[in-house]
Design a protein around this ligand. Structure first.
Ligand SMILES: [Zn+2]
Length: 306
């Protein structure tokens, strides 16, 4: 794979085309830099194929022969025409082969395969809790909570929630699809291969899109109360001895339980164990919510530890 030389100032100008096409910036940078063999995405407007291929000579966009999700056109993107065409057909591959074509770590693909075989791949609390429980520590480079590829499926409810999520965050300075360093579901939040991959993306972003990098790190390297795919809260705070002390919450916005959210806005401390979620203002208990099970709301701390 040959890396693509491109000029930084020039690139900033072209970035709006990539963003306008709805392409995840991090993946595109990895392709351009020769770090990733290929990527796939759904193009809403066919005219972007030519715009992107013209703006980035050497990049190939190839459409799948099979388009089940019209009006979005599934396509593969790569520095190699054959690889772009191959990636475009990812839906007819098993997840193992998809992982190879898209350059995902083997350990994470194997972990994902297990959930696919058990028909649990879209069970976000189960899949996320599994990666969380397997981890010794949590690295922000592997934080995939705001990345919905392979997690959302094509169920109507999820698609509607995803559209609502996009609309609720329309005022953010960057597209919500760009809140990520890795594109896959990590087997653990300290998976070495995923951290290494995240570091590469972080380096590319610091070099080519430092403003976007600063915005995403400000969200990804934080404590997050995770309940479900579109139910979570990102905190500006610190976790110590299992208790989160916080000053506020951070974007993007999701749709957590309204009672919980109201309490969080009134409070400044949050405690989670296997049985319940409790919110306090100093020592005054504001709300205590019983959990259905241990996966029904858990605190993941992606903060950088000093
Ligand atoms: Zn892994």
């Amino acid at each position: 794979m040959e890396a693509h030389e491109f000029d930084l100032n020039d690139f900033e100008k072209k970035l709006s085309i990539v963003d306008g096409a709805g392409i995840v910036l991090q993946e595109f940078l990895s392709i351009l830099d020769g770090k990733k063999p290929a990527m796939v995405f759904g193009l809403g407007d066919e005219s972007f194929k030519e715009k992107i291929e013209t703006a980035f000579p050497g990049i190939y966009i190839r459409f799948s022969k099979n388009q089940p999700f019209l009006p979005r056109l599934i396509c593969g993107v790569a520095l190699d025409e054959n690889k772009a065409a191959e990636a475009a057909e990812y839906l007819s591959m098993n997840p193992d082969d998809q992982g190879v074509v898209l350059g995902y770590p083997k350990c994470c693909v194997t972990s994902h395969m297990r959930f696919v075989i058990e028909s649990q791949a879209l069970n976000a609390p189960l899949v996320t809790y599994n990666s969380f429980k397997n981890s010794q520590s949590l690295n922000y480079l592997t934080n995939n909570i705001f990345n919905f590829y392979s997690r959302i499926g094509y169920q109507e409810k999820n698609m509607l929630d995803y559209a609502r999520y996009g609309e609720s965050n329309i005022n953010l300075p960057i597209n919500t699809i760009n809140f990520q360093y890795i594109s896959h579901i990590p087997c653990r939040y300290d998976c070495e291969a995923s951290v290494a991959w995240g570091k590469i993306t972080e380096g590319l972003m610091k070099k080519y899109t430092p403003n976007v990098e600063a915005i995403i790190k400000n969200t990804l390297a934080r404590p997050i109360l995770f309940v479900d795919l579109f139910e979570w809260i990102v905190f500006d705070g610190k976790v110590s001895d299992g208790v989160l002390s916080y000053n506020g919450i951070l974007p993007p916005k999701a749709f957590p339980d309204e009672g919980l959210m109201k309490a969080v806005l009134e409070g400044n401390r949050l405690k989670v164990d296997d049985q319940r979620i409790e919110v306090f203002n100093d020592d005054r208990l504001i709300i205590s919510i019983p959990k259905k099970d241990e996966r029904n709301g858990f605190l993941m701390d992606f903060s950088v530890k000093e």
